[in-house]
Design a protein around this ligand. Structure first.
Ligand SMILES: [Zn+2]
Length: 191
């Protein structure tokens, strides 16, 4: 698996692309769309997440994965679900099938437990999110769609969406203050 794989509107995945090393994440999460939908994550990314989770807990934060791998067809279902309720507006906040990096199994949307209660009502200034912003890189994750980078990523700021890229890349991006995977890949090409 290439942990630096770039997926965006210019680099969509084939509808037949299914990563091979997915494992099930069984901790409860409150996925609203389909309760029977299993949460699958790339194995290496999930191991890294569990390390992150333990460290977050030591700092008093309970962070869980709300959503991870989504197949091409599942992304299509999500899009159709929102198209039904929001009309064409849905295109502005749901990725087209193939353009969502959730299809790689390397992307996670997080939720948190507050005083033992699951919540998916997040805000960018809540301590858990701030913690993720400061620490996710130490476990190989990057905030994939940062603020003010929509012109580069093609996606709005998503403070809940993190992407596993591996320790080496996450550290390099952190140390060199490279905000997006697009810029990281671009830099590599020009070297
Ligand atoms: Zn996401």
């Amino acid at each position: 698996m290439d942990y630096s794989i770039l997926v965006n509107k210019e680099h969509p995945l084939d509808k037949n692309y299914i990563p091979c090393d997915l494992v099930e994440y069984s901790e409860y999460n409150g996925s609203k769309i389909d309760h029977n939908h299993k949460t699958l994550v790339n194995k290496t990314a999930l191991d890294a997440f569990f390390k992150l989770q333990v460290n977050a807990k030591l700092d008093g934060h309970h962070i869980v994965i709300d959503s991870a791998y989504r197949s091409y067809n599942y992304q299509m279902d999500i899009l159709n679900h929102y198209l039904e309720y929001n009309g064409n507006q849905a295109y502005s906040f749901v990725a087209l099938p193939g353009t969502s990096e959730h299809q790689t199994g390397l992307a996670i949307d997080i939720s948190v437990y507050k005083n033992g209660e699951y919540t998916d009502k997040l805000s960018e200034d809540m301590p858990e999110i701030v913690w993720m912003n400061n620490n996710a890189w130490r476990f190989g994750f990057i905030l994939r769609y940062p603020k003010d980078c929509t012109h580069i990523t093609g996606f709005k700021y998503e403070y809940w969406h993190f992407r596993y890229v591996g320790n080496e890349i996450a550290k390099e991006m952190h140390d060199k203050n490279i905000k997006t995977l697009e810029e990281y890949k671009q830099n590599k090409k020009h070297r």
